[in-house]
Design a protein around this ligand. Structure first.
Ligand code: ADP
Ligand code: ARG
Length: 342
């Protein structure tokens, strides 16, 4: 493989950090699962509008291709090679009274974490048999959950287009055909091995074998962020007694995209700030100050509708889960204050 054609105006972290020297040093390496640099960078090479542009095939990828991953991790999370990740899943440490009890601004709250099964390749390097094994063992574990977490699993295979589209439209299910995931092999054998588990109210959901093997999700209408976090923590704790997760002291929970390492947590609200959104610079000044990301309301790479935005924590590694949610909470309070003042 030769050094890829990366145009000068490409702004992704791949384009920024893959120098010809780094490329030369890594191009012939292969992890025990057979994952190569060429595979790690293919999504960013084919999708020059990527923000990041790289994925890992397994936990070993982060070590073997450290010449590329380390600067990207440092750039995205501000987290250095010798730093240690720390977890705190204690809801009592979260200071988050509902910032919008009258429901004027916050439409809904959602917090998710990514998880992958220990001692298996991540999605980009997994075989069909291993993926199917992940599905069956995760579903077996989920089917033992009780109380509020009790629910049922709905495989994508055999799901009608109508049901699938409704679940996507209502923000419960992942989209199909993501070109970034496609280019790293995360859509191989689609839809086999993929599916969604949820309780009756759809306040607790688990995506199986999408970008990560599990995405554990807690969500509900309104702005009770602490209630959403508390439910999520109880789900994570129950599931981890059944399924061993891939974790290390440096990078925390191992995920296929380096942006998700650490807590692997994205805590978001859908929030209506139509006045503030008329001045995107002022809006961005607040979100930047609180380390937040702005997305549209149909998920990543989508647009806002009616002045409603998806606001979430940007950093996930080197801060605890409580701090990640606190970032989001503090920023949301600032956004509501700014919107009220206009
Ligand atoms: P992820 O959060 O897993 O990184 P996306 O950004 O694609 O992935 O979001 C997945 C889905 O979750 C999308 O349908 C999105 O609209 C929905 N979603 C995200 N945050 C919220 C929220 N606070 N309320 C309702 N739906 C949400
Ligand atoms: N690979 C895509 C990009 O670089 C997504 C990166 C972050 N999002 C994610 N879902 N992992 O733009």
């Amino acid at each position: 493989m030769n050094y890829p054609n990366l145009p000068k105006d490409c702004t992704s972290m791949l384009c920024k950090h893959l120098s010809p020297e780094v490329f030369e040093a890594l191009k012939d390496k292969k992890t025990a699962n057979g994952f190569t640099l060429e595979q790690a960078i293919n999504s960013g090479v084919l999708n020059l509008d990527s923000g990041i542009g790289v994925y890992a095939g397994d936990a070993e990828s982060y070590e073997l291709f450290d010449g590329l991953f380390d600067p990207i991790i440092e750039d995205y999370h501000g987290f250095g090679k010798n730093d240690k990740h720390q977890s705190n899943l204690n809801p009592d440490d979260l200071k988050a009274p509902n910032p919008d009890p009258e429901g004027k601004f916050i439409v809904s709250t959602r917090i998710r974490v990514g998880r992958n099964v220990a001692n298996l390749p991540l999605g980009p390097a997994i075989s069909k048999e291993q993926r199917d094994f992940v599905e069956s063992s995760v579903v077996e574990g989920l089917n033992t959950l009780e109380g509020e977490l009790k629910g049922s699993y709905h495989p994508l295979l055999g799901m009608s287009k109508e049901v699938q589209d409704d679940l996507i439209k209502d923000h419960f299910l992942f989209k199909e055909g993501d070109r970034f995931l496609d280019a790293v092999g995360l859509n191989r054998n689609w839809p086999e091995g993929r599916g969604i588990y949820h309780n009756t109210d759809k306040t607790f959901l688990v995506w199986v074998n999408e970008e990560d093997q599990l995405r554990i999700i807690s969500m509900q209408q309104g702005g009770d962020i602490k209630e959403v976090f508390t439910r999520l923590v109880s789900a994570i704790k129950s599931i981890e007694t059944k399924v061993p997760f891939s974790y290390n002291d440096h990078l925390g929970y191992i995920t296929s995209c380096p942006t998700n390492l650490g807590t692997a947590m994205r805590a978001s609200v859908h929030i209506a700030v139509p006045k503030l959104a008329e001045d995107m610079d002022a809006f961005k000044a607040i979100t930047d100050k609180h380390h937040l990301q702005i997305r549209g309301i149909h998920g990543e790479h989508s647009q806002s509708e009616g002045g409603v935005y998806d606001i979430s924590n940007l950093r996930r590694l080197g801060i605890t889960e409580v701090e990640a949610v606190q970032d989001m909470y503090d920023g949301v309070v600032a956004l509501i204050t700014a919107e009220k003042a206009l």
